[in-house]
Design a protein around this ligand. Sequence first.
Ligand SMILES: Cc1cc2nc3c(=O)[nH]c(=O)nc-3n(C[C@H](O)[C@H](O)[C@H](O)COP(=O)(O)OP(=O)(O)OC[C@H]3O[C@@H](n4cnc5c(N)ncnc54)[C@H](O)[C@@H]3O)c2cc1C
Length: 401
Amino acid sequence: MNHQQNDFQPTLDAAFAQLAAVDIAAYSKSRNAIGGAVTRLSPYVTHGFLSFPQIAKSVATQTGFNPQHKFVFELGWRAYFHHVWAALGNGIFTSLHQGVLPDSAYRQALPIDIQTASTGVPVIDCAVQTLTTTGYLHNHARMWLASYIVHIRKVHWLVGATWMYGHLLDGDLASNTLSWQWVAGTGSSKPYLFNAENVAKYAPASWHSEDTVLDASYAQLDAIARSAAVPNLKKATQAALIQTECPALFDVSHSAIFQSPTLADLIQLVKGRHVYLVHPWSLGELPANLPTDALVLGVIDLAFHVKHPWSAKRWAWVGARMQALCGRCYAPSFNALQALLNLASSVQYAPNPHAAWLSELAHPQLTTAGMPKLFTEFAALNSYYKSFSAWWNKTQMKALE
Ligand SMILES: Cc1cc2nc3c(=O)[nH]c(=O)nc-3n(C[C@H](O)[C@H](O)[C@H](O)COP(=O)(O)OP(=O)(O)OC[C@H]3O[C@@H](n4cnc5c(N)ncnc54)[C@H](O)[C@@H]3O)c2cc1C
């Protein structure tokens, strides 16, 4: 199977097919290579199609369940980033500590040649084109792109993180923001650097970047990272510039997908009904205990999406699944939603930290059930662990049912 070619479909069938295609032995051997056997499950994880216990159970049929397997460890990284987010809240959006240079040394805008994949550095242009056209990027390519943006082009990590988050179908505020901080050196003890030799080892030939600014030793790259000056941006002489379009991050309020039903219609629909709220991070199977006459209503928090915008591609993906699940999508203010739900007989939804606004809802018959977890949650640990290894030693894996 060519792991780079398959497209993501926003359906449960596609999510389960992707899960069935996981080859855990090949994953261990080749996961660092751009064409390696990574699972590409992340869009389905972020948007709630698949839970970690479901994934672990499926993988266990190949290997038996080995909690020390590299794959389980990677799932752990995602859970750890959520642990940090739960502990620090919006604190993850500021540098956890100073990196190699003060925050003020970095630019506040992403240069246009990066956005249009026309830097002349093949690894960067290929990575940007893959990101903006497919909505997915291999982990190694995310690290390379982030490192180039921060340490070579001197762009603040938060600017890069916001841009990448919006284009990824799997954009997850905890994993994305904290990975960028790790690369920048504001969430780790040193900056993440890479060179042309590293790219040649793990990427296809068209990505190779000899004769560019990356064709340097690690000592030279470290000196570049520690200087506030942008180095001479040599372009590869052989590289054809890709020059892709620069898709804007999209304003959801312009989207036809989320045009609200009229309030009068909604009042009629909701009155006296059991209402199940679907949001963009709960796109999996509807709960088994849902009454057959329940009203399934899609809701969007516009304020969140103005702050953390998505590409039109990601909206189309999420929107297609929301429409398949509930047909009706509504983008109300919190007060309007609360007033509407006061008319319902009962309310139910799946909590998610990206949909934090729903946690303020009140109703005498309110039930919530989040995605099943594989690792101990922050609330149960009741302590913030500043390093992944300290957290990994304390967390306990739930038994697979
Ligand atoms: C700069 C940067 C930005 C990132 N932004 C995101 C993001 O917005 N959303 C996101 O889900 N991941 C993010 N990651 C982590 C990682 O790159 C992706 O989770 C992974 O590439 C998804 O592809 P996959 O499902 O094929 O991964 P696989 O390697 O097959 O892993 C399976 C699952 O484990 C989890 N996982 C694997 N590696 C990591 C990791 N290093 N950190 C956290 N979780 C991991 C993911 O849920 C993934 O779906 C980012 C990494 C970097 C370096």
